[in-house]
Design a protein around this ligand. Structure first.
Ligand code: ADP
Ligand code: MG
Length: 558
């Protein structure tokens, strides 16, 4: 129309859109899942805002998602009675990409000449999936509480238009003008089966026209179960349904690695459904990742996304839902932060996640190895952050070790315990800046000669994190770069005190000369069991800060 105003997509959008369309074409059905997921989010948001402002419902209390098609016009329509979008929200939400770092990431993807479909969802691009099957998309929306509506329209070619509209009811109506050859989506049976496959878990009714003599009528009927997945009994939920739900809550296009679904009754009453993603989002770890945390529901009502207080920071990779029966519906982020109830909830949820990780580590070690590769460094933070669970976290740690000497063959502390030498008392580790430095350290010679295993710590966070773990199963963790090594570290094969004294006596002359010539630069020169091939090495005093740590502090300007 003449009132239409033209806009350009933010530059990244065009690139993402092209990527979405090309790399997801082989799995094009997902466009429907993404649109229904957005419609469901919109219904959740309305229900939440209406807690404080019930008038937002107007004369339409029903929350639902209607799916219909028109064979002649070759259009498919998804209409929800959710929160809707204002003119500005249409511009902001459908013309830009919220996540920073997207461009850099896409460039990196481009270099690899491989657009990985599963990584795409994390950019918040679900909506653009509409362009996989449509060459023109029309979004008409009226925000709850407003009497204005607007139509956003684009052919996915870098620009969109906005024009005033006259939608009678609140919510968003998305019309897909299907591309040539996409007629399969103009079929009631196909659409119903897609809804059942991908969207059955949606907690609002998804409705489709009742068909009569193969023709759609004006009457709608629900086609999904319309019960929030986590409220249903575990035994009735298939793995596929859990995975479909995971994609909805996580915005991940790939499958989850593992999940845990529990209903707790007693002191506090809540249901949790927690997922461990199979891999880390591209910008994982940045503080501005707004998606971290769980979705919080209270008595089945969606309250907020990214409720960070529900889990400690070191479990920030977990996605899912917690639905509390006890918290007041009017909670805010501020109230959550100080709440004793939330604190209890949080420790219960923490235990659930640790249970789940332990179970995965025990029953599916290969899956656990994948988890560790993606999130191990984050879990390590827990040693410092959550001392009350440090024994459980320690059990979940994995390290490279001299046992295999290979960077990617990892061992647990329990593995280590089974291989300790008779008489050995300590769990030995060495940490350095980088794999080669630690793997080829002369500090390992003597230990290797005695056949004693040493854990090889080579990641930035290791020395700091391990510092919080004094012992495991009653065994001290021992940095072998520090102080003198004896029986405790080397086992019975290590020289006993008498023997050591004899050796030290024999070497007195050399040691004295070295000490005299090095003078102030060292605090001590002594005979050591640390080396076999190298004649000498520098070690730190028992109580000195680790070398790697010293370097980190220096780099940070201390
Ligand atoms: P994501 O769902 O991951 O945020 P999408 O690309 O799927 O990303 O959607 C982008 C944004 O557009 C949503 O976050 C939401 O704000 C808005 N949006 C999309 N569909 C709807 C809808 N049906 N009703 C209201 N807002 C919507
Ligand atoms: Mg979405």
């Amino acid at each position: 129309t003449t009132d239409a105003q033209s806009f350009e997509f933010q530059s990244d959008v065009q690139q993402v859109l092209r990527l979405v369309v090309h790399s997801l074409y082989s799995n094009k059905n997902i466009f429907l899942r993404e649109l229904v997921s957005n419609a469901s989010d919109a219904c959740d948001k309305l229900r939440f805002e209406a807690l404080k402002a019930p008038e937002l419902y107007g004369d339409q209390p029903e929350l639902r998602i209607d799916l219909s098609f028109d064979k002649d016009a070759r259009t498919l329509t998804v209409a929800d009675s959710g929160i809707g979008m204002s003119r500005q929200e249409l511009i902001d939400n459908l013309g830009t990409i919220a996540r920073s770092g997207t461009r850099q990431f896409l460039e990196a993807l481009g270099e690899a000449q491989k657009a990985d479909a599963q990584l795409i969802g994390q950019f918040g691009v679900g909506f653009y999936a509409a362009f996989i099957v449509a060459d023109r998309v029309t979004v008409t929306s009226r925000r709850a509480g407003s009497d204005e509506s607007f139509t956003w329209e684009s052919s996915g070619d870098g620009r969109f238009t906005l024009a005033p509209a006259s939608q009678a009811e609140r919510g968003t109506t998305i019309v897909l003008h299907l591309k040539e050859g996409e007629d399969e989506f103009l079929d009631g049976w196909t659409l119903r089966s897609l809804v059942r496959t991908y969207s059955d878990h949606i907690g609002f009714p998804i409705r489709m026209p009742v068909e009569k003599d193969g023709q759609p009528t004006a009457e709608f009927e629900p086609v999904n179960q319309a019960a929030a997945l986590w409220t249903r009994p575990k035994a009735e939920i298939s793995d596929e349904e859990y995975q479909a739900f995971y994609k909805h809550v996580s915005h991940d296009f790939g499958d989850a690695l593992a999940w845990s679904h529990n209903r707790v009754e007693g002191n506090q009453n809540f249901t949790s459904l927690l997922f461990i993603p199979a891999r880390a989002p591209f910008d994982f770890g940045f503080e501005r990742d707004a998606r971290k945390g769980l979705k919080l529901y209270i008595k089945r009502v969606f309250i907020m996304d990214a409720a960070e207080d529900m889990l400690p920071n070191y479990l920030r990779f977990v996605r899912g839902v917690v639905d509390s029966d006890d918290l007041p519906l009017n909670v805010s982020r501020e109230i959550l932060q100080g709440s004793r109830q939330v604190e209890k909830l949080r420790s219960a949820l923490t235990r659930r996640v640790l249970d789940l990780l332990e179970k995965t580590a025990r029953d599916e070690p290969e899956k656990y190895a994948d988890f560790w590769r993606a999130f191990g460094a984050v879990l390590k933070e827990g040693l410092a952050e959550d001392p009350s669970n440090s024994a459980r976290i320690a059990k979940l740690l994995r390290f490279a070790s001299t046992h295999s000497g290979e960077r990617d063959t990892l061992v647990s502390l329990d593995d280590y315990l089974t291989r300790m030498k008779p008489g050995q008392e300590t769990i030995n580790y060495l940490s350095a800046d980088g794999w080669n430095a630690v793997r080829h350290s002369p500090q390992l010679e003597g230990l290797a000669a005695h056949g004693v295993e040493v854990l090889l710590l080579h990641e930035r966070i290791d020395e700091w994190a391990i510092g919080y773990l004094a012992e495991y199963e009653g065994r001290k963790l021992r940095n072998v770069a520090k102080g003198a090594l004896g029986r405790a570290e080397l086992g019975e094969g290590g020289a006993g005190t008498e023997q050591q004294e004899a050796i030290a006596k024999a070497a007195e002359g050399v040691v004295g000369k070295l000490a005299a010539s090095l003078g102030e630069r060292v605090s001590e020169v002594r005979v050591s069991q640390r080396l076999t091939d190298s004649p000498a090495c520098l070690v730190m005093g028992e109580h000195d800060m680790g070398l790697h740590m010293q370097r980190l502090l220096k780099a940070a300007g201390h």
